[in-house]
Design a protein around this ligand. Structure first.
Ligand SMILES: NC(=O)c1ccc[n+]([C@@H]2O[C@H](COP(=O)([O-])OP(=O)(O)OC[C@H]3O[C@@H](n4cnc5c(N)ncnc54)[C@H](OP(=O)(O)O)[C@@H]3O)[C@@H](O)[C@H]2O)c1
Length: 294
């Protein structure tokens, strides 16, 4: 039986992973209380004690703006901890699955980014995630680095839930309309991870492992995403939905810069594994259907 250790139990992706991966082996999931990634000794001890054949790291410091003030912490969690996981995986012949981000790119390209494009992060979060990627790639461990984008889930703090909350609180929402990306449902990321690992188990081919872009297909701006969320939102009778006003990034300054183009080309995933991510709007509908039936 394959021992699978998932780190980051309470995150958006971390919550979706255990049931998606259950058919692949014996799954253990750890939250921050069980394993704090700032404790390097505990990280080594924990991996040693579980002896996983597969480590899935869904934990990260994802607060993009807060990372600007806490670079040490962002690097500790997003770069040093994955480096240790990779070293431990390499020593024990385990496979490391790690998630990364569209924010490794500067967004200056006019078409979707491919895996061979040169990263050039604009903010500390992106820099720390890119450092994590490099550490894993240089470790010699068997690995998948899966770059995804604009992650949301039914629970947790994310754009979907912010818009749903603000819909009943404000008469007008001013939303950025010049950043382009693919909102990706955490559950779909977990499902794609399961498909990838199933294929890897059935036919282990080391040359297929490595870096993959892993987001929904298609692209939309935050304003377009908000439009789709509001279109599926109903308020109590007598209440009307807020007006949506498109604004520019410059009109909504934040501590961390964001790439204007966050689109990821997922052709490599299709070519190597036959995995074709769903369009972002189909994913959103599936997420909202699941929410309603819960
Ligand atoms: N969110 C996005 O839009 C986005 C976009 C592109 C890529 N990604 C990448 O996708 C992956 C999953 O993201 P997500 O959205 O699921 O993240 P998330 O919801 O923010 O969850 C991150 C998890 O990491 C845990 N964590 C943070 N610091 C920790 C520490 N010191 N020790 C142990 N655990 C710690 C958090 O624990 P607590 O629950 O205790 O806080 C949380 O459960 C990450 O690698 C992220 O970089 C995310």
């Amino acid at each position: 039986m394959t021992n699978i250790l998932i780190i980051g139990k309470n995150g958006q992706v971390g919550q979706a992973l255990p049931s998606a991966l259950a058919h692949l082996g014996a799954v253990t999931v750890l939250d921050r209380q069980a394993l704090d990634l700032t404790d390097e000794h505990a990280l080594r001890q924990t991996i040693r004690s579980y002896q996983p054949q597969i480590i899935v790291n869904a934990a990260a410091f994802t607060a993009v703006d807060r990372a600007e003030d806490r670079p040490d912490l962002a690097y500790q969690i997003n770069a040093t901890a994955p480096a240790i996981m990779a070293q431990m995986a390499q020593e024990s012949d385990a496979l490391l699955v790690h998630y990364s981000t569209d924010y490794v790119f500067d967004g200056d390209k006019s078409t979707p980014y491919v895996e061979t494009d040169q990263p050039n992060p604009l903010n500390i979060y992106g820099l720390s995630k890119y450092a994590g990627e490099l550490a894993i790639q240089n470790s010699g461990a068997a690995h998948y680095i899966l770059r995804t984008s604009w992650v949301y889930a039914d629970q947790g703090s994310n754009f979907l839930n912010t818009i749903r909350r603000l819909a009943s609180e404000r008469p007008e929402l001013r939303i950025v309309n010049d950043q382009l990306g693919a909102p990706t449902w955490a559950q779909a990321i977990a499902e794609m991870t399961a498909s990838l690992l199933t294929a890897d188990q059935q036919e282990p081919r080391p040359e297929r492992r490595g870096l993959y872009h892993f987001s929904a297909s298609g692209a939309v701006t935050w304003h377009g995403f908000a439009q789709a969320i509001l279109a599926a939102t109903t308020l109590p009778s007598g209440r009307s939905l807020p007006t949506l006003t498109p604004i520019t990034t410059a009109e909504y300054p934040l501590p961390a810069m964001r790439p204007m183009n966050s689109r990821l080309d997922t052709s490599r995933l299709l070519q190597q594994f036959g995995i074709q991510p769903e369009p972002w709007d189909v994913m959103l509908k599936r997420c909202l259907r699941q929410t309603r039936s819960a």
